[in-house]
Design a protein around this ligand. Structure first.
Ligand code: SF4
Length: 355
């Protein structure tokens, strides 16, 4: 594989083989002035991931450009590892994966299949434009895709295999790549490395903190139980009363409480009065739904789904507004309403009558 290709797919084992052959050591990459440009490019790579969610394509025309690009991947992983924040790792891995997906869409189908096989998928060529993958791999890498077109029931199964066009295979690989990159991070780093990348680490940390603060401020602010929609109040009340809450209700409540800013420990505490409470199992499920163990933060279902699943309880005047489609929307709107003093009494009354 030539250097230009390796620069585009730096996660391949051939890429590290190339660096080994040229005897480019970690120490040189971290400290040598020769690799100044690569270190800057690595920092740019992490910032691209944080700010834009995708790595900007640097047109590598010469071999020297391609080498900088290839090394920037190694540097970016070091910088992320010096700052092992869950949000940073997930956002970085996703941005790398999204970038690779776009690049794969422009490759020929055989190349895309080779990448799929490298990532552990059972993929073979079907015809000139399509590949097929074993349904188990399909399921594994599409399970988080919500749209109907990805549901297994909507696929044609032929001897346990599913045909995919190149763009669809590339989309599936996005998940596989993200999973792989996430699983490899953080890398072990020593004090010398941390010191050498001090400026980049600080810059990245500032951006991570800025994003977190912005997200919190723009979305839901401080957690307030007074703003909970009737469905979530009811689910919490059922938990407290020791009533059995169906799985879909637990999922909705967990994802809702997580999205409005509750910690996993606080959510475990909410679940602790449930009759069948088992801390280890509850933690496992909560960590999965909130993305701590799965890498995917699930959102609570919208009102239509809550209704079909029988967990839309006691809808009030706000629920009946035409534009209210989601429990999170209720929570957000209630937050805005609370800012108007004349509406406080009405809200307090609504809440006490609901409890
Ligand atoms: S309408 Fe929506 S927000 Fe209101 S109770 Fe039902 S599910 Fe909850």
């Amino acid at each position: 594989m030539n250097l230009l290709t390796l620069a585009r797919y730096p996660f391949l084992p051939e890429a590290s083989g190339y660096l080994r052959e040229r005897q480019i050591t970690l120490d040189a990459l971290v400290n040598s002035a020769v690799f100044d440009q690569a270190r800057h490019a690595g920092r740019r790579r992490v910032m691209d991931a944080l700010v834009d969610g995708v790595i900007a394509d640097q047109t590598a025309v010469t071999e020297a450009d391609a080498l900088v690009e290839l090394l920037s991947y190694a540097v970016a992983r070091i910088i992320v590892s010096c700052n092992p924040d869950e949000h940073l790792i997930q956002r970085y891995a996703l941005a790398e994966a999204v970038t690779v997906q776009t690049r794969l869409e422009a490759e020929n189908i055989d190349f895309v299949i080779d990448i799929a096989v490298f990532l552990g998928l059972d993929a073979v060529r079907d015809n000139a434009t399509e590949a097929s993958v074993h349904f188990a791999d399909y399921l594994k890498h599409s399970s988080q895709m919500r749209s109907e077109e990805w549901k297994l029931v909507n696929q044609e199964l032929d001897s346990g295999r599913i045909s995919l066009t190149k763009p669809r295979l590339a989309r599936l690989l996005q998940h596989a790549i993200r999973e792989r990159i996430e699983s490899e991070l953080p890398l072990p780093v020593n004090d010398g490395i941390i010191e050498a990348f001090r400026n980049s680490i600080d810059l990245v940390r500032e951006e991570v903190e800025r994003r977190k603060a912005k997200f919190e401020k723009e979305s839901y602010g401080k957690v307030s139980f007074l703003r909970l929609p009737p469905c979530m109040k009811k689910l919490m009340a059922m938990m407290k009363a020791g009533e059995n809450v169906p799985h879909v209700g637990r999922f909705a409540l967990t994802s809702f409480l997580h999205t409005i800013g509750m910690s996993n420990d606080e959510i475990v505490a909410v679940f602790s009065s449930s009759p069948d409470f088992k801390e280890q199992l509850a933690r496992y499920q909560i960590d999965h739904i909130t993305g701590k163990s799965s890498g995917v933060e699930y959102l609570p279902p919208e009102c239509a789904t809550m209704k079909t699943q029988g967990v839309c309880f006691d809808p009030d005047f706000l629920c009946k507004k035409k534009w209210l489609h989601h429990p999170l929307n209720y929570y957000r709107v209630k937050g805005k309403k609370r800012e108007k003093p004349e509406e406080k009494k009405t809200e307090a009354e609504t809440i006490s009558s609901a409890e």
